[in-house]
Ligand binder design. Structure first.
Ligand code: IMP
Ligand code: MG
Length: 183
């Protein structure tokens, strides 16, 4: 079923997204000066963020993508992370910056850090547009190097984030209010 866009209320508008992503890009530019940088976007949610972020990074870089799946189209994580599509190129010796849409339980990134560190990159860091600190599973310790916004433990959509595959094209980040919460 196609979810109703009327049920989405704005949490972070376009102007705030733009401002913050510019800041992150400038920070990354400073931190990676003189390094061989590869941005790895996690499909599909990171696409708008990566696309805007890379245009604010002024060092030479390459991009690659990887797809994992943990959500079965529902609003709760299945807790099982599966590699759906691997990178196109080796990352050995590269400075790798993983670009994610959101860190919730932390299981996806924990899995990715394990997979990536085994491939011996020169360095490995994480940039996530959103962070839900309250969603973190007990025992999952993660250091997220670049965070756009920390948000409350609510289900959000837009700017890459989806509900059952929909809403990624909404140009801002909003909270989805399910019909179950009515009344
Ligand atoms: P984690 O493994 O629980 O940290 O979840 C990471 C992935 O779950 C993200 O890459 C998103 O695809 C998805 N996710 C987590 N929270 C939300 C949300 O509020 N809206 C949409 N997707 C979410
Ligand atoms: Mg994702």
């Amino acid at each position: 079923m196609i979810p109703d866009v009327q049920r989405v209320s704005t949490l972070i508008d376009r102007a705030r997204l733009e401002q913050r992503i510019r800041e992150l890009g400038e920070q990354i530019t400073e931190d990676y000066a003189g390094k061989d940088l590869t941005l790895v976007g996690i499909l599909k949610g990171s696409v708008p963020f990566l696309s805007d972020l890379m245009r604010h990074i002024a060092v030479p870089l390459q991009i690659d993508f990887l797809e994992v799946s943990s959500y079965g189209g529902e609003m709760q994580s299945s807790g099982v992370v599966r590699l759906v599509k691997d990178l196109s190129h080796p990352i050995e010796g590269k400075h790798v910056l993983i670009v994610e849409d959101i860190v919730d339980t932390g299981l996806t990134l924990k899995y990715l850090l394990e997979v990536f560190s085994a491939r011996q990159p020169a360095s490995l860091a994480i940039a996530s547009l959103l962070n839900k600190p309250e969603g973190r599973l007990e025992g999952v310790e993660l250091e997220v190097d670049y965070i756009g916004f920390s948000i409350p433990n609510k289900f959000v959509v837009g700017y890459g984030l989806d509900l059952g595959g929909y809403f990624r094209n909404i140009p801002f980040v909003g909270v989805f209010h399910p019909p179950e919460d009515d009344g």
